[in-house]
Design a protein around this ligand. Structure first.
Ligand code: F3S
Length: 75
């Protein structure tokens, strides 16, 4: 399993993740993106476990995010 992690507080709402990986990312009413189905951790980050074949577009989003708040944790 691979974890996608978003430090959502730092999102500036550019929307790139929602374009590159629309199955996983959406813009919310507060103009920040959220990772669909993710759970909020104690430190405020959001985290979602995905299958190997779902990692690619999330990696693209992580690389393209201008404030680098998306990370991929591969086990
Ligand atoms: Fe926010 Fe980065 Fe997506 S700034 S909208 S998480 S590409």
């Amino acid at each position: 399993m691979t974890k996608i992690i978003q430090k959502r507080e730092g999102c500036i709402g550019c929307g790139t993740c929602t374009v590159l990986c629309s199955n996983f990312w959406q813009m919310d009413d507060d103009s920040k993106a959220s990772l669909k189905g993710a759970t909020r951790k104690e430190n405020g980050d959001f985290e979602l476990e995905v299958e190997e074949d779902q990692v690619k577009c999330n990696k693209d989003a992580a690389e393209a995010c201008p404030v680098k708040i998306i990370s991929i944790e591969e086990n």
